[in-house]
Design a protein around this ligand. Structure first.
Ligand code: KIV
Length: 272
């Protein structure tokens, strides 16, 4: 397939569909605040995910479960204010869509109305189909999320690779087809064998964006803070670190402390 690279002034759900059709890989990164979202957008990423991983990265929680709808709206609104080009996807937090579809719709409406996000992401397949369908009826674009779904961590018990067994792989493929039929515009596929991920991407017409799902899918997503090395505790095989900001920032802070203590800072040029 020829790689036809079109320039998109603003990325929409249609642009992502076009990228898949043209064999152009989709780039996606997380952001939770204005400053980093601006950098990520100017860096040219196609999709910015306001992930509920903010629960871990920004708040220091062990899981994504504690983050609230109000907190996700706060993060999403900060990102929206920064972004000119990328499509913004906001995660629907745990407990805001699994209960019933009316509550799911109300939660999604709050994210769109109060934060100004362009779309929402929900974790799960057949179990949450009714919620997805109801959100879609309001004209809100929905991204699915299958494979390792961190909001179900207490069901899985571990963060290891999902769908290695035939039965789970077959259910995942079935769920991907269900999400496509329901009208989702894309699916995130997290931590599954590369061969299965490729099969899913080849079996459906909507883009499949992988994280730890190999190169045979339509795009890639990483958590920004992991990718730029602001976090260091988390080192899965799929993570490529482009910077080591934890060390760089720590060293800069150390240098600042030393400059203050030695009265080197501020110098004559740095005062009025
Ligand atoms: O919350 C998040 O950051 C995510 C990505 C890992 C896909 O869902």
């Amino acid at each position: 397939m020829s790689i036809h690279k079109k320039t998109y002034k603003k990325v929409t759900t249609n642009s992502l569909q076009e990228m898949k059709q043209n064999g152009e890989k989709i780039s996606m990164l997380t952001a939770y605040d204005y400053t980093l979202a601006k950098i990520v957008d100017e860096g040219g990423v196609d999709v910015i995910l306001v992930g509920d991983s903010a629960s871990n990265v920004m708040a220091g929680n062990e899981t994504t479960l504690p983050i609230t709808l109000d907190q996700m709206i706060y993060h999403s609104a900060s990102v929206v204010r920064a972004v000119d080009r990328a499509l913004i996807v906001a995660d629907m937090p745990f407990g805001t869509y699994q209960g019933n579809s009316k509550e799911a719709l109300n939660s999604a409406i709050r994210i769109m109305k109060e934060a100004g996000a362009h779309s929402v992401k929900l974790e799960g397949g057949a179990e949450i189909l009714e919620s997805i369908e109801r959100i879609l009826t309001a004209g809100i674009p929905v991204m699915g999320h299958l494979g390792l779904t961190p909001q179900s961590i207490y069901k899985f018990g571990t963060y290891t690779v999902r769908a290695k067994q035939k039965k789970e792989a077959a259910k995942l493929l079935e769920d991907a087809k269900l999400l496509e039929q329901a009208g989702c515009f894309a699916i995130v596929l997290e931590k599954v064998p590369a061969s299965l991920a490729q099969k899913v991407a080849e079996s459906i017409n909507i883009p499949v964006i992988g994280i730890g799902a190999g190169g045979g899918v339509d795009g890639q997503v990483l958590v920004l803070h992991d990718m730029i090395g602001m976090t260091y505790e988390f080192s899965p095989r799929f993570l490529r670190r482009y910077l080591n900001l934890f060390e760089d920032i720590k060293n800069a802070v150390g240098q600042y402390v030393s400059d203050v203590k030695s009265a080197d800072f501020p110098n004559e040029k740095e005062q009025y």
